[in-house]
Design a protein around this ligand. Structure first.
Ligand code: KIV
Length: 289
């Protein structure tokens, strides 16, 4: 939970498993929800150790770690592969997985089958993009007892319809449509809603209109929680970050410096030293393992 204190360098205190119920109750209590993406074992483990509430195995993995131009090419097999790696970290954080493009748009049957595939691999719920257009899919997944996280606004799987990654719902008509979508998803029974790339006023309006929590990404401070792509947050992504990204570290720079130092040490013969090597007889080598 977000109340967990950060303990730099120390073991964090144990915490209870975060469930969809925990996330819903956080809004009631006024606790802000924290969420980041994770696509592999180390990032899931570190996010969990940092006390993040919700780990999202987002289809952004297609762009962030697989080098695709968009999230459109991401497959179910890729989502399942990364989910399994995340689950090996046994996170206390709630783990939600994206249904990738073309895994649910075709109808409720595909939506349930693909959601179930992810739940069998450890997912505790699925996220899918869209509002009233995908309500039959949302209802079918929920009827299969699988929690759903909604996602409205700048939904990246609709990039071709939007004509690029641009802020959505700036006008009143579009804002009203988004609000209607949000209310319809809430009535259907989703446990929380991601709001991406919308004006901060609308982020606040939707958050106040809903009983379930909103989790914003480029949707302003009025949301009930915030989610960021981990690689953006730690500075391990390329290109100009979006306006809403706050970089908390420069991991790409740290990696570049470490690798340059390694390259220089090898080339100059400074690495490895005798102390970093094995002796022929282990008794003469107290450090041997
Ligand atoms: O795929 C993703 O990473 C997302 C965001 C909400 C971060 O959907």
């Amino acid at each position: 939970m977000s109340t967990r204190p950060a303990v730099p360098g120390g073991a964090p205190p144990a915490r209870a498993k975060v469930t969809v119920r925990t996330i819903r109750d956080m809004k009631t209590r006024g606790d802000r929800i924290t969420s980041v993406t994770a696509y592999d074992y180390p990032s899931a483990r570190i996010a969990d150790e940092a006390g993040i509430d919700l780990i999202l195995v987002g289809d952004s993995l297609g762009m962030v770690v697989l080098g695709y131009e968009s999230t459109i090419p991401v497959t179910m097999a890729e989502m399942a592969h990364h989910l399994r790696a995340v689950m090996r970290a046994q996170p206390k954080a709630l783990v939600i997985v994206d249904l990738p493009f073309a895994s649910f748009q075709s109808g409720p049957e595909d939506a349930v089958r693909n959601s179930a595939r992810l739940v069998k691999r450890g997912a505790e719920g699925v996220k899918l993009e869209g509002g009233r257009r995908v309500l039959p899919q949302v209802e079918a997944i929920l009827a299969a007892d699988i929690p759903v996280l909604g996602h409205l606004g700048l939904t990246p799987q609709s990039v071709h319809r939007f004509g690029g990654y641009r802020v959505q719902a700036r006008g009143r008509e579009e804002a009203d449509a988004l609000l209607e979508d949000a209310l319809a998803l809430e009535r259907a029974g989703i446990f929380a809603l991601v709001l991406e790339g919308i004006p901060l006023e609308l982020g606040t309006e939707v958050s106040q209109a809903l009983h379930i929590p909103t989790i914003g990404i480029g949707a302003g401070p009025g949301c009930d929680g915030q989610v960021l792509v981990l690689h953006d947050l730690i500075g391990l992504s390329f290109g100009k970050p979006a306006k809403f990204v706050r970089r908390y570290a420069d991991v790409a720079g740290t990696m570049r410096n470490a690798l340059t130092a390694f390259r220089d040490d090898v080339r100059s013969g400074r690495y490895p030293e005798a102390a970093e090597s094995y002796a022929a007889t282990p008794e003469r080598d107290p450090c041997a393992s």
